[in-house]
Ligand binder design. Sequence first.
Ligand code: BT5
Length: 244
Amino acid sequence: MQNIILKEVDSTNLYAKKNLEVLADKTIVQALKQNFGHGRLNREWIDLGNGNLFLSFVLKPSSEFSKNYSNLTQYLSVVLCERLDKYGLEAYIKWPNDVQVNGKKIAGILSETVMQGSEFKGLVLGIGVNLKAELNDLKKITEQKATAFNIELGREVNLEEFKSELVKAFFDNYDEFLLNGFEYIKEKYIKRANFLNKLVKVETIHGIKQGLVKSVNDLGELVLDNEGKEFVITTGDVYIIERE
Ligand code: BT5
């Protein structure tokens, strides 16, 4: 397994996408500083300083895209929650793959599929984990509440150690996951879900949907009930509506 560590980069996902042709399957690209990290819909992923994890997995599992690849972000969110358990942190998932501690976002995951024309070239699965942050810097994240390991644990976590444990845990069940897809992790995922039976608003590219979360189906999609009408949502941002 190739392990690239960059001192500084715009984005590990961008780097991996640009160099995909020459990077082998299962290469790990890590940056110690990331200046232009991004999330979905080009949202910014903020670098909270030294000691944080910015990493991309370069994955080339086959020459054709398989539907199971769409759930890799959910697979990684479960792997990450299990790592957090080891540190004594209680982690939850906000659909589809935000990992939270005490209701605050501690990590972000972004999967990008690389195509050349209609040819599938591979996947770049990026993850940012806040291992170390100052409370004041967390305030730079205004859209939602964020946290970091040092704040939740009251002590620092070693970046290299955390990274190698996470990468190992990811590959431990990776082949099995690719074979079986979301159903392989469904039970573990559901146990971590903090949005089930909650009234939510979901912003999707087709507009806003509101309803009670009934379930997550076998494809990892969100199933909403709005006064007896069912909606199945593939991608979007979930906001839990607090009831009085
Ligand atoms: C994500 O997007 O959460 C995926 C972020 C993936 C980042 C990794 S870092 C390594 C690799 N290289 C990249 O360029 N990206 C990946 P999304 O669900 O769209 O959430 C973005 C939102 O998270 C922002 O709009 C902020 O509200 C919030 N946010 C930004 N920086 C944060 C941080 N450090 N900690 C917690 N929340 C943050």
